[in-house]
Design a protein around this ligand. Structure first.
Ligand code: CA
Length: 221
């Protein structure tokens, strides 16, 4: 899943990106408000981490512009410690959660995971689809209680499909969320990956809808 990290302090941006990458996300970083606004307006992200103190355009203004143009992406704002007025303003401007600096990366990653699943309408930390259980906290996938060995790419794919279970996900959306913006986009590679997943997780879970995309749902009894 693609996550945009907007942070002008390179060291913090790098640490956040590394933590998100280790948690199975695909982070991209930008360091100023104008670039952030443009990226958030033109690309699709599962979530945006937004620092409020930014050069060129401050984070609140960026957030207000996204919301004014109807961008619904979940946004986690990073605020200065003790700046309660800033937090109130951020939430009023359309932030979904906030985290005061300095923070532990574990907490940031946990909040990102929670926001991503809440925005998909899922209330539990682990996602169940028939016999399959996906646990984003440990990046583990099990079938009937038996842990499966998945590659990082296979994990990302099944996590995204499970998060959006019951919905047909267009091929271009899956490719974008799997490989990011810069990688080669290849529908055949995706099909091969889906076939490997079916072998590991069992058939009947992931359906191909020719010309539309892929759908993960509980197999019919
Ligand atoms: Ca800053």
């Amino acid at each position: 899943m693609r996550v945009l990290v907007v942070e002008d302090e390179p060291r913090i941006a790098g640490d956040i990106a590394a933590a998100l990458d280790a948690a199975g996300f695909l982070p991209e970083t930008v360091g100023d408000g104008e670039a952030a606004w443009f990226k958030g307006d033109t690309e699709d992200y599962a979530l945006i981490v937004l620092d409020l103190g930014l050069p060129k355009m401050d984070g609140l203004a960026v957030l207000k512009r996204w919301r004014a143009t109807g961008r619904q992406v979940p946004v986690l704002v990073l605020t200065a410690r003790g700046a309660w007025a800033e937090r109130v303003e951020g939430i009023d401007a359309g932030a979904d959660d906030y985290l005061p600096k300095p923070f532990r990366m574990e907490e940031l990653v946990a909040r990102v995971r929670a926001l991503v699943r809440r925005s998909a309408g899922i209330g539990t930390a682990a996602i169940e689809v028939g016999p399959v259980l996906v646990d984003p906290r440990q990046m583990r996938v099990s079938v009937n209680g038996v842990a499966q060995q998945l590659s990082p790419l296979e994990y990302r794919l099944v996590a995204y499909l499970a998060l959006h279970k019951g919905r047909v996900i267009p091929v271009h959306e899956l490719i974008e969320q799997l490989y990011g913006d810069d990688d080669a986009r290849d529908a055949n590679a995706l099909e091969a990956l889906i076939m490997r997943l079916r072998r590991k997780l069992g058939t009947g879970l992931i359906e191909t809808r020719r010309g539309f995309g892929y759908l993960m749902q509980e197999p019919e009894a």
